[in-house]
Design a protein. Structure first.
Length: 364
């Protein structure tokens, strides 16, 4: 439950590393995965042949994989291009187990992470402009290719982040999606030290957003529904808490001078729509929580106050690497509940219930 302090893992890392490598040495020939066999199906534990990395790929021995709300896209077949069976999982922490032909930057034994961005083509317009995350042929771990609900997975070499020694694999998992998304959205938002930044939603994304925001030097305001999250929000680094169930959050933000940025994480377009008037002139509603409903925004205050609404995807492997390093440096950690791979159905149901505090992680 508690957020571990920076440096507390220092002593353990050598022992941990040894344990990770020892299990790596046992010759495995099979790969146990939790796959979705058909659209809407349950997770099935299946023993597959050990996959071999192709050109430009590496094989990762998975130590932990976060269970993300976006895994519903795979399980429920929400993208038309998903084929089944498919192994979900895009919050993968592990160690390089084997490298394929042409891979020069990774070697066996490297601690690595893999996130949503699973690879890019290098030749589309976005890639030629260096904006790999909007690649029009983007690969997605656990969606277009098998992900981390497995003992082993194959990843593209350009989509792998280096994971610091001191980070526990299970704690690192969620940083590869929920972490990078909040970290990267905020660091690209234009907010600077001392700026008022509101984080709407004290959940899987929000509890990381508050921590990162506080470490970036923002004056962070947590916005949650009900009074019960106030203590936690402040413990995570929020200077102030607004209970949106009992007050008008936008008005409360205006009393504080208006927000430079509102990071909207709770998947409710309606709740986000109501927050726009809490922005100061030039402020930005930065949305990362996905909702099926459209966002409604009054145009006059948007135009007159030069306010903006922006979305943000996660980021590339380098962004993940920055996220992991920053988390190691500053003590930002995901709060997690662990389940063994064999209990993938239970873990997924727990995540979907919205009651987990706050990220569910499978351990192998
Ligand atoms: Zn995710
Ligand atoms: Zn591309």
């Amino acid at each position: 439950m508690a957020v571990p302090k920076h440096g507390s893992k220092e002593v353990d890392s050598k022992t941990k590393r040894k344990a990770e490598e020892t299990s790596e040495e046992t010759m495995m020939t099979k790969n146990l995965v939790a796959q979705v066999g058909r659209k809407g199906g349950e997770f099935e534990l299946v023993e597959r042949e050990m996959p071999a990395p192709g050109a430009g790929e590496i094989r990762i021995k998975v130590l932990a994989c976060g269970v993300c709300h976006s895994d519903a896209a795979t399980k429920e077949g929400m993208f038309p291009f998903i084929t089944f069976p498919r192994v979900p999982g895009h919050e993968v922490a592990g160690i390089v187990d084997e490298v394929g032909p042409g891979v020069t930057q990774w070697k066996k034994g490297d601690r690595v992470g893999a996130g949503w961005h699973g690879g890019h083509c290098f030749v589309c317009e976005s890639c030629r402009r260096g904006d790999f995350v909007t690649c029009s042929n983007e690969q997605i771990n656990g969606v277009t290719r098998d992900g981390g609900y497995a003992q082993y997975m194959i990843a593209r070499h350009e989509a792998v982040a280096r994971m610091p020694e001191a980070l526990d694999a299970a704690e690192a998992g969620p940083l590869l999606c929920a972490g990078i998304t909040t970290f990267n959205a905020l660091r690209n938002s234009g907010a600077g030290p001392g700026d008022l930044v509101a984080v709407q939603g004290i959940g899987g994304l929000g509890h990381l957003g508050i921590q990162f925001g506080a470490k970036f030097g923002y004056r962070v305001v947590g916005i949650g529904r009900g009074p019960e999250n106030e203590v936690l929000a402040k413990k995570l680094g929020a200077a102030k808490y607004i209970d949106s169930a009992n007050t008008d959050a936008a008005q409360e933000l205006q009393k504080l001078g208006g927000a430079r940025v509102i990071l909207a994480t709770a998947p409710s377009a309606k709740a986000m729509s109501g927050l726009v008037s809490g922005l100061k002139p030039g402020g930005e509603l930065l949305t990362i929580g996905v909702s099926g409903e459209p966002l409604e925004v009054s145009l006059a205050p948007l135009i007159m106050g030069k306010r903006r609404v922006q979305g943000w995807p996660s980021g590339t492997a380098m962004d993940s690497e920055d996220t992991l390093r920053f988390a190691e440096m500053t003590g930002v950690r995901a709060m997690i509940e662990k389940y063994p791979l064999a209990k993938a159905n239970e873990a997924y149901a727990r995540m979907m219930s919205g009651k987990a505090e706050f990220r569910v992680v499978l351990t192998m």
